[in-house]
Write a protein that binds this ligand. Structure first.
Ligand code: NAP
Length: 646
């Protein structure tokens, strides 16, 4: 990283950076503790009402801010002019001290450890990369091939690591492009709800995000760029849908069948990484008469760019996809009807569309260590901060609508937000207040939801749908709503993980049958009886309280790479997680889930199966999931060797 520009460039950029973070940069470059002293202690982190982002000023007086910036210009210009080195990246102890100082909060040492790796101050790959590279160098991996199913964020991340290690791999991707969910979803205003400086690979940060919450095109472009940057494009076969995988017990390998252009092909791999995601099979609701509808109809994840001008548009569903697509859809339609079964909690976010300030982009590109500290701060703010509010307090007085005091306080804030947002349509308020605890489902980041419902040309229809007719939607009170275009924002078949692939493991057992409607896996990654099959974003890995799925996936990739290192370097043919280990793990998963907001009996969601068991969500804070997946314990597995299995 070089520092270009003049002192004036620096002065301009520093207007846009977070001042407490700047102090950490100065402390790192100079090694001087003065920057972490009482004089510079920032005000506690607090977001202004209705905002997602805390104020960046640190709460200093204008004089102190100016003093910090001028000293920073002096130090950074010395770095630029070659008169000063950039110092050493912080040790864990110092980093821990820095995080607590810059946030004014207690930061657990485990969180600092996790952030050392998320910032790449510590390279977590050292746990497996040298072992794998040595094994590859000695020819131990010569016949070893890995299949990755899917070239979305999980598949590309895994490919990057396999490429680095020199392990042979193929990616089979059903679409014509990379990006998975960010390729398929194109509805208006489709975007991410976690800031991108956190929602991106730790090993491939992008300093140039244009917004804090990027939209679909920019996200898709990022994954396209990753495919090039990771140099994995030559390994991807597009237009290939995996249909069946069969474990061959004699060869300890997977025989994988896939269709390409209507033709079936079969190939053999030593290990398979399923990177198909949880939300890739659109769920078409089973509503009477749906197929008789004569107007245009499509699912939110299969968006059609048809002209909605002046049309009567119906949207079924009020989840995150509907909330995002509604304002822009209503802008075009003549009248929009929103058919709601259950309301969701929506969080105020008046800075949701905030562009990334030019000075911050400059700092992320050029100021040594700034990008690392920025990522750490984003993870602290948008990660586990809300965890305490999702854990059931058994002593909490009213368990029916909230799980603890902080959770209840959030409920009150959000109810006020509903009332304010609905403006003239206060009669909608009772329909818009969920009867389940906040964080029972992932909080939706507001993009004008209530204001849109309050428009004269938008109607919220909260009476249940009785049937769909050829010309519209009939509700349970007998009213018929004529509709020209029907949009199904009805979510995905999330409980049917790996669907529609058929997966046959040891003894020919079918994974779909083994799971039934209660998919589970050890650390979300392995299932007993299915050796060398690894699930990314598998059962019980989704996050509700806050955070980035890319973070979760990276934790799992790290774990999988350790498994592969163990296999390849020890001439083990396959790993099969022990049944009792998986059972014990999942007992804990379910016990913890029952004590969290999303396990609350009032919550019905895509995370649960018909019996109310949580299938999709992680029961852990981000830090805990990092710890759970951090170190492979070989004794958790039966090690299958050619001829003698243990
Ligand atoms: P969803 O959260 O599952 O919402 C589906 C909606 O359709 C719900 O309101 C559901 O009602 C309704 N529905 C389903 N079947 C119905 C039926 N038969 N009759 C009436 N209503 C029906 O799906 P989604 O909005 O596509 O979001 C899925 C997940 O994708 C999110 O939770 C999030 O993780 C992810 N996502 C993220 C972003 C982002 O990062 N910004 C954007 C979009 C999606 P009930 O609530 O009553 O079941």
């Amino acid at each position: 990283m070089t520092l270009p520009g003049t002192n004036e460039t620096l002065r301009e950029a520093l207007q846009d950076v977070n001042t407490p973070n700047l102090l950490l940069v100065l402390a790192t470059i100079t090694g001087d503790d003065i920057w972490l002293s009482e004089r510079y202690a920032p005000a506690p982190i607090e977001a202004p009402e209705g905002s997602l982002f805390p104020d960046d000023s640190g709460g200093y007086s204008p004089e102190l801010t100016s003093d910090i910036r001028e000293q920073a210009i002096s130090i950074l210009s010395e770095v630029r002019d070659g008169q000063r080195s950039v110092g050493q990246a912080p040790s864990l102890t110092r980093f821990h001290q820095m995080l607590a100082f810059s946030t004014g909060e207690d930061v657990e040492i485990g969180t600092a450890e996790m952030l050392m790796e998320e910032t790449r101050f510590k390279n977590r790959d050292s746990q497996w990369l040298p072992t794998l590279q040595a094994a590859v160098g000695q020819g131990q991996a010569a016949d070893f091939r890995v299949l990755i199913v899917g070239a979305g964020m999980s598949g590309l991340g895994t490919a990057a690591k396999l490429k680095e290690a020199g392990i042979a791999f193929t990616i089979l991707e059903k679409n014509d492009a990379v990006g998975g969910t960010w390729y398929e979803n194109r509805y208006p205003d489709c975007g991410v709800d976690t800031p991108n400086h956190f929602y991106s690979y730790s090993f491939h940060r992008n300093p140039n995000w244009s917004g804090y919450f990027s939209k679909r095109d920019e996200l898709h472009a990022y994954f396209e760029e990753c495919a090039d940057e990771f140099n994995v494009r030559e390994h991807i076969q597009f237009g290939c849908s995996v249909t069946r995988m069969v474990y061959d017990e004699d060869l300890n390998s997977w025989s994988v069948s896939y269709s390409r252009g209507g033709e079936q092909q079969t190939e053999t791999f030593n290990a398979v990484v399923s990177a198909v995601g949880q939300l890739n099979q659109p769920s078409i609701p089973n509503i009477e008469g749906l197929s008789s509808f004569q107007g245009a109809m499509w699912h939110s994840a299969r968006w059609r760019d048809e002209d909605l001008t002046g049309k009567r548009v119906g949207v079924i569903g009020t989840g995150c996809s509907c909330v995002q697509l509604l304002p822009k859809t209503a802008d075009r339609a003549g009248h929009t009807f929103v058919f709601q079964r259950t309301p969701h909690w929506v969080a105020p976010a008046r800075d949701y569309y905030k562009p990334v300030e030019p000075g911050l982009i400059w700092a992320l590109n050029h100021i040594p260590y700034y990008a690392e500290f920025h990522r750490a701060r984003m993870i602290l703010i948008f990660g586990d901060r809300s965890w305490p509010a999702v854990v059931v307090d058994p002593a909490w007085k009213d368990q029916s609508v909230s799980v603890n005091e902080a959770n209840h306080a959030m409920r009150e804030v959000l109810i006020d937000f509903v009332k304010t947002g609905l403006g003239p349509k206060q009669d909608y308020v009772p329909h818009c207040v969920p009867d389940f605890p906040v964080w029972g489902k992932r909080l939706i980041v507001d993009n004008g939801w209530y204001e849109t419902l309050a428009r004269a040309d938008v109607s919220l229809v909260a009476d249940g749908i009785a049937r769909i007719t050829e010309t519209g939607v009939e509700t349970s009170n007998g009213e018929h709503h004529p509709i020209d275009v029907l949009i199904l924002a009805t979510g995905f078949k999330s409980n049917e993980l790996l669907s529609p692939m058929q997966v046959l493991g040891l003894g020919g057992q079918d994974l779909t049958g083994v799971w039934g409607d209660a998919a589970n896996a050890y650390k979300g990654t392995n299932m007993p009886g299915f050796p060398n099959l690894f699930f990314l974003y598998g059962p019980n890995t989704n996050i509700v309280h806050g955070g980035s799925i890319i973070y979760q996936i990276e934790c799992q990739i790290h774990y999988v790479m350790q498994c592969l290192a163990l296999l390849v370097s020890n001439d083990i043919k396959a790993l099969d997680v022990r049944e009792e280990i998986n059972d014990q793990y999942n007992k804990e998963v379910q016990a913890i889930s029952g004590q969290l907001a999303w396990g609350h009996p009032s919550v019905e969601s895509w995370y649960k199966n018909q019996s109310g068991q949580v299938i999709n969500n992680s029961p852990f804070s981000l830090q805990k999931f990092w710890a759970v997946t951090h170190d492979l314990e070989p004794s958790d597995y039966r090690l299958l060797r050619a001829g003698s299995n243990s």
